[in-house]
Design a binder for this molecule. Sequence first.
Ligand SMILES: Cc1cc2nc3c(=O)[nH]c(=O)nc-3n(C[C@H](O)[C@H](O)[C@H](O)COP(=O)(O)OP(=O)(O)OC[C@H]3O[C@@H](n4cnc5c(N)ncnc54)[C@H](O)[C@@H]3O)c2cc1C
Length: 633
Amino acid sequence: MSCEPDGRDLGMNRRILRRDFLNGVAIGVGATAVGLQVRAGAAQVPGSGSTAETFPPRRLGLRGEYELAVQPLVAIERGTYGSFPGIDVETNETYDLVIVGGGLSGLSAAYFWQKALGTDQRVLVLDNHDDFGGHAKRNEFAHNGRTFISYGGTMGISTPYPYSYMAKSLVAELGVDVRRNQEFLNRDLFQKFELAPATFFDKEHFGEDRLVVGTGRLPWPEFFAKAPLTETARRDLVRIYGKNPDYMAGMSIEEKTSALARTSYQDYLLRYAKMSSEALPYFLGQGGRNNKRVDTTPALEAAERGSVGFDGLGLTFEKQFSQGSYVFHFPDGNASIARLLVTRLVPGAIPGKHDMSTIVQAPVFYDRLDDAASSVRIRLDSSVVRVAHEGPATQPTGVRVAYLRGGRMHAVRGRNVVLACFNSIIPRLAPELPDTQKQALAYAVKVPMLYTNVLLRRWAPFKALGVASVSSPGMYYPNCSIDPGSTVGGYRGLTTPDEPAVVHMVRNPNKPGLPRKEQNRAGQQELLSMKFSDFELSVRRQLARTLAGTDFDPAADIVGIAANRWPHGYAYTYDTLGDPDVPPEARPHVIGRQRYGWITIANSDAGAGAFTNQAFDEAHRAVQELLVARGLA
Ligand SMILES: Cc1cc2nc3c(=O)[nH]c(=O)nc-3n(C[C@H](O)[C@H](O)[C@H](O)COP(=O)(O)OP(=O)(O)OC[C@H]3O[C@@H](n4cnc5c(N)ncnc54)[C@H](O)[C@@H]3O)c2cc1C
């Protein structure tokens, strides 16, 4: 039994809904109990095989880039496959198009290809996971005869950049009407129970554990008065969160803008706003776009985003693009978008005609994804290790693709190949690429992320505290919130506090003080080095402390955990602190995504943007490049 120093049992020995798979065999704590739970909930997924064995979204425990999926990628990144490997299984299959990566970019590339050339075109999608969708990952908990669905990655359609005509058309063709999003949100729940955002001040950073309810709702002086802060920190925070003087007085607007672009938000607060370092812990866990933190967000970006401390500078910014109406959230996030794509690509795997109103509960027959009778086949658990042109170097006939599946090396042929995987891995998959292109592809470092979903037996402890979400600046998970569940597609969101709920906990591992790319690398290593039990302990400890003073019992109330770790998370985006200021066409992602023979490059990395519309746009471009090169466009 694992106890805290105060003797409290956190429940590490409890059987919960988690089931890791190793070589296709279930392992891990609670397998027996889970088996019972899964069977009890089996009828919830209509028609489809719905146990964890046949239905990957029900596999819990360590998800996202789980061990078996990520191991081959780590080996590829280490350079294990310098030369084309010996083949154990010659499939003798040839496809018009082979796509590496079954995320939204890879799936939409298959869709765009067939749309251009017809549905008799033979396409193979290879992905290293046991589920399709990449970051668009669904987690399902079956508990007491009910199914709870949540998102383990890509949460929804939302964008700080406009969706292109192509991306919008695709969303519409998939039967999603984003204008109806408001109908399905379950936000009234929070109003009905008067739940507010809160901040948890931890003793390691603030001297004592204390939850203060009303972040952003209470007047700031009142809020900070309730927080465990030194007098100096409180005075500075009240000042910075209030009306600020011009901390850069004497500088012209141009000088201010230029200095802010080269200064981190942290340095701005300390050096220009003269905030005491005693107040800095409050800003831990806060940051800018793409998970930049207070020390890696350029102050100019923070100012543009309306962060505190800049209102006295006299700066005005062009109105930022806002497309609030172009937003949509399914209970499983964009996993339902991936499902909708699959209905169009492999209709046998998700039978019937589906759109936004039916897809969430549609049965998925995973065993039909790779059906020889289907013109598009999706082959999961397949890690591509090498691609190489065949035929004369000046006029290659196609591309040979080697992939590991079930521990054996397989080979297929593609007349064309789209690499819809990660930029950082492409130089290893295709070492024949020109050196400048390989260097450009290796430039970016993806942002590591952890989305942990925790099923609680009841969410009454949150109700008792009056909170729906908690920001915990110094804790392992800086953000934690109740997932109200959207009600689209017949799925039922939360209604009463005595029913179970998924709590969504987010961490962006980093190492403050290092340059941003180094922080990303350190965060990737952190995630890769952790076992499920490490994630579980962090969840139990944090919830026990956050919900202290209520009747929350971590041992009994936590009934399921899915820790979705993403060492290869968001695509890297440029910023004025860490990246040179070069013309758009000289950016590494542009140099890196050039067509090479019959190989083109999709995926959101190729757009240097961590959004679904970029995944679609890059897929469309990659397909277009092949069509143009083949004289088909
Ligand atoms: C936690 C998280 C939350 C996000 N939330 C949002 C959001 O709310 N809205 C939004 O617009 N965007 C969000 N994003 C950004 C997201 O990355 C994009 O929206 C989009 O899903 C990316 O699709 P992709 O196909 O380019 O990449 P991926 O989804 O990463 O797909 C690439 C696939 O290729 C596979 N692969 C890699 N190498 C190989 C290989 N050698 N062989 C076989 N397969 C391989 C990968 O494992 C993966 O399955 C989020 C990302 C993360 C990580």
